[in-house]
Design a protein around this ligand. Structure first.
Ligand SMILES: [Zn+2]
Length: 465
C-alpha cells in the first residue's frame, strides 16, 4: 500500500466563497463560520509547504492498584514496587491539507503488539479519518515499563489471574494511546519545523565481535509555533533502554525517559518525543544504576540542546507517507527437535516448543511472520524510515549508504515488535540476536538467509520516489 498525502485541498476558496454568498442572506451566524473556514484555508496556503502540527500526550504509568510486572528481563521474580518517573504515550499529528494527516505515536514500553496497534488504528480511522498507512508507532523499548502481553510471554510465569490483569492493564493503556492521538488531532496549528544532527557516545555494540558497528548520530526535529515558542522536540538514538537491569523494580523510561524530562524542563510547555533507533545490538555503557540512566539521559538531552543552539535546516511539506507489508521466513525446524525441546529442562525452551507444537497441531505451523516497513517524507528535507522489531544497527548504516540524499532518520521497534531482525552478517555470526532471542519471542528459530534482502526490498519500495 502506498499513499501520497499531497493531494489537492478539499475546500477551495471558490467553493467557500459561493457558499458564503448563498448563506449570508439567510443566516449570519452560519456565514461567520464559513468566513472562518475560508480564512483558515488562505492562512495555510500563505506559505507553501507550511504544515500544521498537533501534539498530544497521555500518562500511561500503571496505577499499581493491582500487581504490575515489568517487561524485558526473564530474571525478574517480583512485580513493580513503585514509580521512578511517569511514563507516556505521546502523539504528533502532521497536517498538510485539511483533514489529511500523518500521525506518529511514541510509547514508553518494551514494544507494542498488533492487537494494540490494530485497535488504535481502527479507532483513529473512524474518529479522524486517518488511514492505517498514515499512522506509525514507536516503542522506546524501556525495560522498566509494564509487560505488554503476549510479547515475550515465554519469559513470564503468570498465574491465569495475573495474565488477565495484564491484559486488562494493556487495554487501559490502549485507551490512553487513543487519548494522546485525539489530543494531537485537536491541537493542530500552523508550525515551523527544522532539523539538525548531533552525537552522543554512550551506545556500544554489545555483541563484542570483531566487527562491532555503532551509530552515535542524534537526529533532531524541532517544532515551533509561529511566535517561535518550541512546541515539540523529536529526537532519535539507537541504544537499548537497558541501563537499569533486572533488579530494578521501579517503573521508568530508562535513559530515554530521563532525556525527555530534561528537555521538557529546558522548554516548559514543549513535549519531547524519543524515537528508538535500530538498537538491537546496542547497549548503554555504563549500566545498572539509576545514576547511569540519568547520566545517559543528560548526555542525550545535551546533544539535542546543542543541535538546537545552532542553525537548523527548514523542514516543510509535501508530506508523503508509505507503508509496505512483507513476510520474513524462518529456517525450517524439524518437528522431532521441537518434541525434544518440549521436554527440555530449560523452561523457556520448553515453553517455546509447546507453542510451536500447539500451532502445528492446529494446522498452522509458524513458518514466517508479517513485517511492516513505513516511511514519512517531508519534501526533500527529512525522511523517517520506520522498521518493525528489534533491528540491528547494520540496517541503519546500510539504509543511509543506499539513500544518501534522503537525510534518513531510521527507527526500529515500530508498530508490533515480534522478534530480533538480524542482518545477514549477524545471522551468520550467530548468538543472541540471531538465534537465542527467538526462544524468548516464541518464534521457531533463526530467519532464512534472505532476511536482510527481504527487508531492503520493502525499504526500497517505501523510499523510492
Ligand atoms: Zn531488546
Amino acid at each position: 500500500m502506498s499513499t501520497n498525502i499531497n493531494q489537492p485541498a478539499i475546500k477551495t476558496s471558490d467553493g467557500a466563497g459561493t457558499l458564503w454568498w448563498r448563506t449570508v442572506a439567510t443566516c449570519v451566524r452560519k456565514a461567520m463560520g464559513l468566513v472562518c473556514i475560508f480564512c483558515a484555508a488562505v492562512g495555510v496556503s500563505a506559505e507553501p509547504g507550511m504544515l500544521k502540527v498537533g501534539i498530544g500526550r497521555a500518562d500511561i504509568t500503571p496505577d499499581m492498584q493491582q500487581p504490575v510486572w515489568l517487561a524485558g528481563y526473564a530474571a525478574r521474580s517480583a512485580p513493580a514496587t513503585g514509580t521512578l518517573h511517569r511514563i507516556w504515550a505521546k502523539a504528533l499529528a502532521f497536517e498538510e491539507n485539511p483533514g489529511q494527516c500523518a500521525v506518529l505515536v511514541t510509547v514508553d514500553v518494551i514494544g507494542l503488539t498488533r492487537e494494540i496497534t490494530d485497535v488504535v488504528a481502527e479507532t483513529i480511522h473512524k474518529r479522524h479519518g486517518v488511514p492505517r498507512a498514515h499512522l506509525v508507532f514507536n516503542a522506546s523499548h524501556t525495560h522498566s515499563g509494564p509487560v505488554i502481553w503476549p510479547t515475550l510471554s515465554v519469559c513470564d510465569a503468570f498465574t491465569p489471574q495475573e495474565r488477565q490483569q495484564t491484559i486488562r492493564q494493556n487495554r487501559e493503556m490502549t485507551e490512553r494511546i487513543i487519548a494522546a492521538v485525539d489530543m494531537a488531532m485537536a491541537t493542530r496549528a500552523p508550525a515551523r519545523l527544522a532539523t539538525g544532527r548531533g552525537t552522543a557516545g554512550f551506545a556500544i555494540n554489545r555483541r563484542k565481535r570483531e566487527v562491532a558497528p555503532v551509530d552515535h548520530t542524534v537526529p533532531v526535529l524541532r517544532v515551533c509555533a509561529l511566535d517561535g515558542a518550541v512546541r515539540a522536540v523529536v529526537f532519535n538514538y539507537a541504544c537499548h533502554c537497558t541501563t537499569l537491569t533486572a533488579n530494578n523494580l521501579m517503573v521508568n523510561g530508562d535513559y530515554a525517559g530521563f532525556a525527555m524530562l530534561e528537555l521538557e524542563s529546558t522548554w516548559p510547555g514543549a513535549t519531547a518525543f524519543f524515537i528508538q533507533g535500530c538498537a538491537a545490538d546496542q547497549n548503554p555503557e555504563p549500566r545498572h544504576t539509576e545514576a547511569c540512566a540519568r547520566q545517559h539521559g543528560q548526555a542525550l538531552a545535551a546533544a539535542v540542546r546543542d543541535v538546537m543552539s545552532r542553525p537548523m535546516q527548514d523542514v516543510t511539506g509535501p508530506l508523503n507517507m508509505r507503508l509496505v507489508e512483507t513476510r520474513l521466513t524462518f529456517a525450517p525446524v524439524p518437528l522431532a527437535r521441537m518434541r525434544e525441546e518440549a521436554l527440555d529442562t530449560n523452561r523457556f525452551k520448553q515453553k517455546r516448543a509447546q507453542l510451536m507444537l500447539e500451532a502445528y497441531c492446529c494446522g498452522a505451523p509458524v513458518t514466517s511472520m508479517p513485517y511492516t516497513v513505513q516511511a514519512l517524507r517531508f519534501g526533500n528535507a527529512l525522511t523517517f524510515l520506520f522498521l518493525n522489531g528489534e533491528v540491528v544497527i547494520d540496517y541503519t548504516l546500510r539504509a543511509r549508504r543506499e539513500f544518501p540524499d534522503d537525510n534518513l532518520v531510521v527507527a526500529g521497534y515500530c508498530n508490533d515488535v515480534q522478534a530480533y531482525i538480524p542482518s545477514l552478517r549477524v545471522l551468520k555470526e550467530g548468538g543472541y540476536e540471531a538465534n537465542d532471542s527467538m526462544i524468548y519471542y516464541g518464534q521457531p528459530g533463526p530467519f532464512t538467509d534472505d532476511v536482510e534482502e527481504t527487508v531492503f526490498r520493502a525499504i526500497r519500495d517505501v523510499l523510492t520516489r
